[in-house]
Design a binder for this molecule. Structure first.
Ligand code: NCD
Ligand code: ZN
Length: 361
């Protein structure tokens, strides 16, 4: 039995408000707990998107009522809301900037629209970028010009991880995350709706470069982006994979094969997320894992509402047996025990953290 700190997923699409047929604050936090994750940071590309005080309250009210694990909600950078979201920073996980196109309508096409956010969003609050390939280079330039930390979501390409490495070596304030699907899957020969995800699945050379640069990767995050089976099978399927319940078993399996250590998993799913995103300690909180149990991943046995997984049938080694959150057993032997509404907002419901120096890149 392996006892670890409860994990954090800094990149989750909850889908509430607006698309609760895909997922909601209840189902997503059940999936998180089943995956050994006791804190999720929720992305703002909901319907409506979270980009002002009223829409943030919509999301936070749903979370308060339904969440079974701890959480915070990102606000989204829009073309005209820089001062509004800057004022909301204390209540939010951070600011999410969509600089490349993806699911939802939050893309900032023009670099002049980035400037007010870099000028106004508090430097002590996390700023996360969806920035692929050359857009990533532009985001790093903005970080350098405005001398503020940025966190790069879902790095997937060799050219990207090498750029982040070089930026860190120059002392720039850049951190990054990598998703399990970019570590374990390559672009398939026969693309189908189920392979659609942003950033796209890449080549074996890209995957190899991520594994070869584990020390450059600050966080593993799922980018849990549930869409239903029917939606994935239809014309123009929306991009996105579920991931909350599979990330840890996949990583534990890699650990059992000697590709990564348990310490690296904890560093990238607890220690670094806590530091980069200024998260509180959760007292009396841990997870217990049966390291030797082997099983096959089955969407039918999962808590996410989306009903499928890109890892269906994969044989993994290592199962989450128990999650204890703030002294209470929240998950045990496949059963969710935490009540809806027992999750806490890590920005609002914990005693304030001492102002801590964050991101060092
Ligand atoms: C995400 C979604 O569905 O919300 N999709 C995805 O393919 N990752 C959007 C995103 O994270 O960019
Ligand atoms: Zn995402």
């Amino acid at each position: 039995m392996l006892k670890l700190p409860a994990l954090v997923d800094v990149h989750v699409h909850v889908r509430e408000p607006g698309q609760t047929h895909k997922e909601d604050w209840d189902s997503v936090t059940q999936a998180a707990l089943a995956g050994g994750i006791a804190t999720i940071l929720a992305m703002p590309n909901t319907q409506p998107p979270v980009f002002d005080g009223a829409t943030l309250d919509l999301a936070l009210n749903a979370a308060k009522e339904k969440a079974r694990c701890d959480y915070a909600q990102f606000v989204g950078a829009g073309p005209t809301n820089a001062s509004v979201v800057a004022a909301l920073a204390p209540k939010a996980a951070g600011l999410k900037m969509y600089l490349d196109s993806t699911f939802g309508e939050l893309r900032l096409d023009d670099m002049t629209l980035w400037t007010p956010h870099f000028q106004q969003f508090p430097k002590s609050a996390p700023m996360v970028m969806h920035a692929e390939s050359r857009t990533l280079a532009a985001a790093i330039l903005f970080s350098a010009m405005y001398d503020r930390p940025i966190h790069i979501a879902h790095v997937s390409l060799r050219e990207e991880i090498l750029l982040v490495k070089a930026a860190k070596e120059r002392g720039l304030k850049v951190t990054c995350e990598v998703c399990p699907h970019h570590l374990f899957l390559t672009k398939s020969e026969t693309p189908s709706g189920f392979a659609e995800v942003r950033p796209r699945l890449a080549t074996q050379a890209d995957v190899d470069s991520l594994w070869a640069n584990l020390d450059v990767i600050d966080c593993f995050a799922t980018d849990h982006a549930p869409h239903t089976r029917a939606e994935k099978e239809a014309q123009n399927p929306p991009p996105g994979f579920p991931g909350l319940e599979t990330i840890l078993p996949l990583l534990l399996t890699a650990a059992s094969e000697g590709r990564i250590t348990i310490e690296q998993i904890v560093e990238k799913m607890r220690v670094n997320p806590q530091r980069i995103f200024n998260l509180p300690e959760q007292p009396k909180t841990w997870i217990e894992i049966d390291e030797n149990v082997q099983y096959e991943i089955r969407a039918a046995e999962s808590f996410t509402r989306c009903g499928w997984t890109p890892f269906e049938g994969w044989r993994v080694k290592g199962k989450v047996r128990k999650v204890v959150l703030r002294g209470k057993t929240a998950f045990e032997d496949g059963q969710i025990l935490a009540q809806a509404g027992s999750g806490r907002n890590v920005r609002l419901d914990y005693p304030q953290l001492e102002a801590s120096p964050h991101i060092l890149g």
